[in-house]
Write a protein that binds this ligand. Sequence first.
Ligand code: KG4
Ligand code: ZN
Length: 337
Amino acid sequence: MLVLGIETSCDETGIALYDTDTGLLAHQLHSQIAMHAEYGGVVPELASRDHIRRVLPLTEACLKESGKQLSDLDAIAYTEGPGLAGALLVGASIANALGFALGKPVIPVHHLEGHLLSPLLATPAPQFPFIALLVSGGHSQLMAVRGVGQYELLGETVDDAAGEAFDKTAKLLGLSYPGGPALSRLAEQGSPERFTLPRPMLHSGDLDFSFSGLKTAVLTLVKQQTVLDDQTKADIARAFQDAIVDVLVKKSLSALKQTGMKQLVVAGGVGANKQLREQLNEAAARRKLQVYYPPLAFCTDNGAMIAFAGAQRLASANHDYRFAIKPRWDLSSLPAA
Ligand code: KG4
Ligand code: ZN
């Protein structure tokens, strides 16, 4: 079965073709980072308008790349939520219009389920059950995943998401949007010894996170500096990254210990962070645990994860075409596939 995936939930237009027999055939991505950069963050109206411009050309590019035609599609998957309402509406309306015109069914996909299942696109892929650490711009969650749609929330952030903390801290240090990758590059030049920041909720006894205090601690540290030169900024970035990575690693290990599971899957944009990967790999190797990541290109938003998640939910493909979007949507509310 050939599934087209359409991702338009935020600031990336991602399109992909996934074949249930042969795997991923093509994927195309347009990032709006350059467009939003001058505003210091995503401007929802601009995001929606840009998705409108990109979806069909990227779909054509995917078809060309794989030597397929629209008539070869068996289903069209699209991100129904969560995300920016206007941006979601673009993907949802194009997917449903295409489906209606071609007489093909559509599959609404939960964006976070896309992230959660994206490590299954890598080889070797994890087997169910596993623990998922989902760390994106909008979410930080630890989930016990027992199958497609069988997600038990073990813990989550009580305030900012990990990616949001990266982005806000980067802004405090004068780095450009999106801050996560920029801050992590800067941290590579920093010394781990000069500053130490608190590890919020590390000993809270549960699997929840809190990252907003860390951002405030960075602000206090910045204000205390008489000179904020490049090295000091790099040292602060390093202290921030050390703190956030330490919490993510320790809570992930606790989740594995609590459930007795042996595999950890890391998904979402922050999963691209090099230091997080290194520390997780080291900690896991010491305990004979396995850690899986999506291919680097599929850590941040992309169409491949939506096409893939859609392919896991072909049974819920519909010819209804009366679409809705879900800007807020709890992942644990999904039915099992
Ligand atoms: O999953 P994603 O692309 O979008 C959402 O669904 O939110 O995640 C984007 C987030 C942003 O906050 C970005 O700063 C962060 O992931 N991010 C990183 C890195 N690459 C992306 N954070 C830390 N280190 C990175 N290398
Ligand atoms: Zn995402």
